[in-house]
Design a protein around this ligand. Structure first.
Ligand code: V4E
Length: 227
């Protein structure tokens, strides 16, 4: 378990022409804009994404987004807290290549036979991809403007994907086993200040991308309640 990797508690929201002004009004500070190029990988029969595991290469580095124990914690909350939690997701972003390789191998192979050494992988060595039959199923570029509400510890990202989808994200990082309810409350309060309405989860970039470009993959993930 990578207990040192923080958990990302996130709520997506729809942006409009007033979003940036609203952010400035509530005291959010723009901390920069950057382009992000993502390539996502899975087996042809979706071993990883059907487990809600998202393997990607971002700016030359491997990342694996996995659901966390925190995700199931949210299901145990009641009342107002469960309403706040229903709009949020909890994932851990693993960036250590040996750990990514181990988790991906475990998810793809049911048995432990011929699991390879965890050491000796470099970011450039991609032989493990073909060994595990991993292929790129999604690739896109995002222009991301990031803001921060420093005192609250909330980060806000405004994403514009190159396939024409615009989405915002409120994010709080907590250590594994950290105070999930406090994180949800920070997100709820920020959403309220921004005047966000609606009790439906807003679609992420991947949802829109797969629906348009990979309808079979999309249908499979929908039917298994991953998206
Ligand atoms: C976790 C996940 C996917 C991987 C991409 O995650 P996402 O947060 O959408 O992308 P991005 O670029 O904002 O990553 P960041 O830079 O914040 O790390 S694709 C689908 N999921 C699961 C998922 C879900 N089921 N529902 C919602 C609302 N979001 C994500």
């Amino acid at each position: 378990e990578s207990t040192s990797t923080p958990v990302e508690v996130e709520r997506k929201f729809l942006c409009n022409a007033d979003t940036v002004q609203r952010l400035e009004e509530i005291g959010a500070v723009c901390v920069g804009q950057r382009q992000i190029h993502d390539q996502y990988f899975d087996t042809p029969d979706f071993h990883l994404t059907l487990r809600d595991m998202w393997l990607r290469k971002r700016k030359g580095c491997w990342e694996l987004k996995c659901p966390t124990a925190t995700a199931s914690e949210t299901e145990a909350l009641g009342g107002k807290q469960s309403e706040a939690a229903a709009l949020c997701t909890c994932y851990r972003e693993i960036t250590s290549l040996p750990e990514i390789h181990l988790r991906v191998t475990e998810a793809i192979k049911d048995t432990c036979e011929d699991r390879e050494s965890e050491a000796g992988f470099s970011q450039e060595d991609e032989s493990w991809l073909s060994k595990l039959n991993l292929v790129c199923f999604a690739e896109f570029t995002t222009v991301r403007r990031s803001f921060t509400l420093k005192e609250e510890g909330v980060q806000i990202d405004l994403d514009q994907a190159d396939f024409g989808y615009h989405v915002g994200e409120l994010e709080v990082l907590i250590p594994e086993g950290g105070d999930l309810q406090a994180a949800l409350e920070k997100i709820r309060k920020t959403a309220e200040k921004l005047g966000l309405t609606g009790d439906q989860q807003v679609k992420g970039k991947m949802d829109v991308f797969l629906k348009r470009n990979r309808p079979e993959h999309y249908a499979k993930l929908l039917s298994e309640h991953i998206l």
